[in-house]
Ligand binder design. Structure first.
Ligand code: DAH
Length: 328
């Protein structure tokens, strides 16, 4: 009987599929009332001679059964892990979905490009507040309350005395108030005007320039801006300075470039405003206009981008249409 036990147990173990079944088998043979346990318990009733023979046999069978169970337990655990690994396997040879990267908005690109050119000329960059006071946006720039130039810049007024800046020129005043010449700065940023059509959006970007020193001339202004135009649009571009009017510069000019339209016809395109700092502006920051003079200029980033890329509707910049944005 006992010698048939091992093959019998082996057979039973071979078809076991779970730890639970194995534990049941273990208690069936090795538990308190288990078959093998009863053999072990019966040893004490045998004669000494019998004990000597049967004892080691029963013990070795018991050991073998224990080791069969332990081996089976191991292999059950192993196959459980294998199964899990197989389920969680990642096929690294599969092609990926691909990542699509964003890109810098064309307005940011052009703005950085302009800043970069003026940085090469030795201009420092400062940014200023978009919520301005009437004083910095108008008064200190020689645009008094009843001045018609205020109408040119349909203003978004906030609370009493504060407004959304209509241009970056207030930075001229802020910089001059806080520093003494020589001053050589540009100031890029957002500006706001209550205006909207194919060439105007209520928010757009400008870059202001200001250079103040002893004996600055209009020739310096022309030199700097001509060099800027040739770096930004190309060295073969013709420019002209056309007399204009801005309250904060005297004399004032608009800079035009000769540009080919879509049909190839040459036309003059206005690209920026500029001039020599008006002594009245120096007075509002406490500079002596006999000691210092300066040049100033201001340009619209959207306008320059539209000319450069041949874009006819400014609103493309703000519709976030990927077909448009991906071209830059
Ligand atoms: N602030 C003017 C505008 O928004 C642009 C401008 C013209 C700025 C002449 C200047 C300047 O500094 O000298 O239209």
């Amino acid at each position: 009987m006992i010698n048939q036990l091992i093959p019998k147990i082996k057979k039973e173990i071979s078809i076991i599929k779970s730890e639970n079944e194995l534990m049941n088998l273990k208690s069936k043979y090795l538990g308190k009332k288990g078959e093998l346990t009863s053999y072990t318990n019966s040893i004490k009733d045998l004669s000494i001679e019998e004990k000597k023979i049967q004892g080691p046999i029963i013990n070795s069978i018991k050991k073998e059964v224990e080791s069969l169970i332990a081996t089976k337990l191991n292999s059950l655990k192993r196959s459980l892990i294998d199964k899990k690994l197989a389920e969680e396997k990642i096929d690294i040879t599969l092609p990926s979905k691909g990542t699509s990267y964003g890109s810098t908005h064309p307005i940011s690109q052009v703005s950085s490009e302009i800043v970069e050119i003026f940085t090469q000329f030795g201009f420092e960059t400062f940014e200023g507040p978009e919520i301005e006071s009437d004083y910095y946006n108008f008064e200190a720039l020689n645009i008094p309350k009843d001045h018609p130039a205020r109408d040119m810049q349909d203003t978004f007024y906030l609370n009493e005395g504060s407004l959304l800046r209509t241009h970056t020129s207030p930075m001229q005043v802020r910089i001059m108030e806080a520093n003494r010449p020589p001053i050589k700065i540009i100031s890029p940023g957002k500006v706001y005007r209550c205006d909207s059509d194919v060439t105007h959006t209520p928010m757009f970007h400008q870059i202001e320039g200001l250079l103040v020193d002893k004996s600055v001339t209009f020739a310096n202004l022309k030199g700097i801006l001509n060099e800027f135009i040739s770096r930004f649009f190309g060295s073969d571009i013709k420019t002209r300075f056309r007399p204009s009017y801005f309250p904060f510069t005297e004399p004032s000019a608009e800079l035009d470039i000769e540009w080919k339209d879509k049909s190839g016809k040459k036309t003059w395109m206005e690209v920026l405003g500029c001039g020599m700092v008006n002594p009245k502006v120096f007075a509002s920051v406490g500079y002596d206009a006999k000691e210092f003079n300066g040049l100033a200029f201001g340009m619209g980033v959207e306008r320059l981008s539209m000319i450069k890329f041949g874009i006819t509707d400014i609103r493309y910049f703000y519709q976030n249409d990927l077909k448009f944005l991906k071209q830059f």
